[in-house]
Design a protein around this ligand. Sequence first.
Ligand code: FES
Length: 122
Amino acid sequence: MGGSVSHCVGVSSDLQEKGPGILFRVIKEGTIYHALMIRINQQAKAYLNVCAHAALRLNGDRNTFFSRDGNYLYCHAHGATYEPETGLCIRGPCEGLSLIPLTSSERDGRLYLEDETYQYYE
Ligand code: FES
């Protein structure tokens, strides 16, 4: 294996502030996980799309992650509410736990997953 861990997951203009997320998948040690990227405070942030409560996807069938007021990431299963900047659950059944962050970057109008542990999965 080895080589570059940088993988383009989308273009910057597709990711609006507090808008729908970009969905992709990653793999770690043979296990595939759903992942998401959102934009908050002009910054792209990526997390595993795995709720800290019961490991369900936050978005269900949709690609929206933000609460109605736009201030939090919200799990549609049982209502866990996360800070988008940190991934910390501040309300709901997994309060005090966090989403697993993924290292990402944005350059030249493109969004990249650059995580050493979770590799992009086609
Ligand atoms: S799985 Fe997200 S709140 Fe239960």
